[in-house]
Design a protein around this ligand. Structure first.
Ligand SMILES: Cc1ncc(COP(=O)(O)O)c(C=O)c1O
Length: 370
C-alpha cells in the first residue's frame, strides 16, 4: 500500500517533545518557540515570526492587523484553500475571487488590477506548490492603490522568487506546519511580519488583546487589556516538535526532492511546474483531461493500493460563495484546474522503490493527461 502522505517525526523532535513536557514551561513563547521562530525567520528572509496554532490562525491575524472589516474587499485567487477566504469573511469583509495564471497556477495579476474598487484593502495570494505568481506585478499594484499584501506561503517554505525567499514579499506572510506539510508538528503555523510597523500590535492580538509580551520582556510592570485579540500561541510541546523538524530541514527537503525529481523526469513531456527557482518539493501533480478521467484514475490507483488525491475546489464555484453572492471575475482556469489536477503520493522517506511502484501503477491505468 502506498499512502498519499506519511508525516515524518524525526527522533530529535521526540526528544525535544519529551524535554518540553518534562519542563515547567508548557504554554506558548517558551525556549523552543524562540528557537523555532529564529529558524523559520532565517528561511523566510528575516521577517518577524509569531508561531500560531495553524496557518488559518495566522491568516486571521493578518486580517485583524490589516483592520479588514465590513464594507472592505480582499482580492483572492479562486484556486486556493478556504482559510484564505474565511479569514476575510470571519471579519465581515468580502472576498473577491479572480482567476489563476495557466503557468504558475497562482493569482493572475492582470485580473487583480481589474478587480480593484474603492473598497479594496488587500491582495491575498498563495504560492501554490511553492511557486510564486507574478509578485512584482502584485507589489506594483499594491503600491499604486495603497493596498496591503498577504502572502500565503503554506506550501513554500524554503522556496524562492527572483532569488529571494518566499515568505518575504507580503506585508504579512503565513506558514503552515500541518501534518501534510514538509515541516510539520501535527497542527501549527506562523505569521511572518515583514512590515515592522505591525509587530507590536501583532503581539497584542496574539496575546488575547493584552500587552503580556511587553510584560514578559520587562517593559511594563503588569499587563492589561489594550486592544482586540484572541489566543493565537503555539504550545511549547508543538514548538519543540517543530524545532526538531527545522533542524532537519535540508535533509527533509533533499529527500523529498529526490522523489519529486524522479516524478518530474518521468513526466518530462507533460506539464510540470519547473522554474528557475528553488523547488520545495511540497507536491507533485499532473493534469488529466476531464474530471471523470480523474475520478477513474484515482479509483483504479486505489484498487492497486496507490493513494492519489484531488486538491482545492475553486472557491468562486463553491456553494457558500453562491449563497453569499460574493463578486467574482470569470475564473475558468481555476474551475478547470480544480477538476483535473491529480496529486501523486509524496512524503519524506518515500524512496525510489515507492516512486517506481506509483509510476508502474500509473502506466497500467494509462491516464489521459493534457
Ligand atoms: C495554501 C494553504 N493555506 C492555508 C492552509 C491552512 O493551513 P492550516 O491547516 O495550517 O491552517 C492550507 C492547508 O492545507 C493551504 O493549503
Amino acid at each position: 500500500m502506498i499512502p498519499f502522505n506519511v508525516p515524518y517525526v524525526p527522533e530529535i523532535s521526540k526528544q525535544y517533545a519529551l524535554e518540553a513536557l518534562e519542563s515547567d514551561y508548557q504554554q506558548g513563547d517558551g525556549p523552543f518557540t524562540t528557537k523555532a521562530s529564529k529558524s523559520v525567520s532565517d528561511l523566510v528572509g528575516g521577517g518577524h515570526i509569531l508561531l500560531t496554532p495553524s496557518c488559518t490562525h495566522a491568516l486571521e491575524m493578518a486580517s485583524m492587523l490589516a483592520s479588514i472589516g465590513p464594507g472592505d474587499e480582499v482580492i483572492l485567487p479562486s484556486f486556493t484553500f478556504t482559510s484564505a477566504a474565511t479569514a476575510v469573511t470571519k471579519f465581515g469583509a468580502t472576498p473577491v475571487f479572480v482567476d489563476i495564471e495557466m503557468q504558475t497556477k497562482g493569482i493572475d495579476a492582470n485580473q487583480v488590477r481589474e478587480a480593484i474598487t474603492p473598497r479594496t484593502r488587500a491582495i491575498s495570494w498563495v504560492n501554490y506548490a511553492g511557486v510564486a505568481p507574478d509578485i512584482e506585478a502584485l507589489q506594483s499594484i499594491a503600491k499604486e492603490f495603497n493596498l496591503l499584501l498577504i502572502e500565503d506561503n503554506a506550501h513554500g517554505l524554503g522556496g524562492s522568487y527572483k532569488g529571494k525567499p518566499l515568505g518575504s514579499f507580503g506585508d504579512f506572510a503565513t506558514q503552515s506546519f500541518h501534518a501534510t506539510k514538509n515541516i510539520q508538528c501535527g497542527e501549527g503555523g506562523a505569521l511572518v511580519i515583514n512590515n515592522v510597523k505591525y509587530i507590536d500590535r501583532a503581539e497584542v492580538i496574539r496575546e488575547k488583546g493584552t500587552n503580556r509580551s511587553r510584560f514578559i520582556r520587562g517593559e511594563v510592570q503588569k499587563y492589561e487589556w489594550v486592544d482586540q485579540g484572541s489566543s493565537y500561541l503555539l504550545a511549547e510541546v508543538l514548538s519543540a516538535i517543530l524545532y526538531g523538524q527545522l533542524l532537519e530541514f535540508s535533509r527533509i527537503q533533499n529527500d523529498r526532492l529526490g522523489s519529486w525529481n524522479a516524478y518530474s523526469n518521468y513526466f518530462m513531456d507533460s506539464y510540470n511546474l519547473k522554474f528557475n527557482e528553488m523547488q520545495v518539493a511540497h507536491m507533485f501533480f499532473i493534469e488529466l483531461q476531464t474530471e471523470k478521467e480523474r475520478a477513474r484514475v484515482i479509483d483504479e490507483l486505489k484498487s492497486a493500493e496507490v493513494y492519489s488525491s484531488f486538491h482545492y475546489s475553486s472557491l468562486a464555484d463553491s456553494k457558500f460563495s453562491d449563497y453569499m453572492g460574493f463578486p467574482k471575475s470569470l475564473t475558468p482556469i481555476s474551475s478547470e484546474f480544480s477538476k483535473t489536477i491529480l496529486r501523486l503520493p509524496l512524503w519524506f522517506g518515500m524512496g525510489p522503490e515507492n516512486v517506481t511502484s506509483v509510476l508502474n501503477a500509473l502506466e497500467k491505468v494509462q491516464p489521459q493527461t493534457i
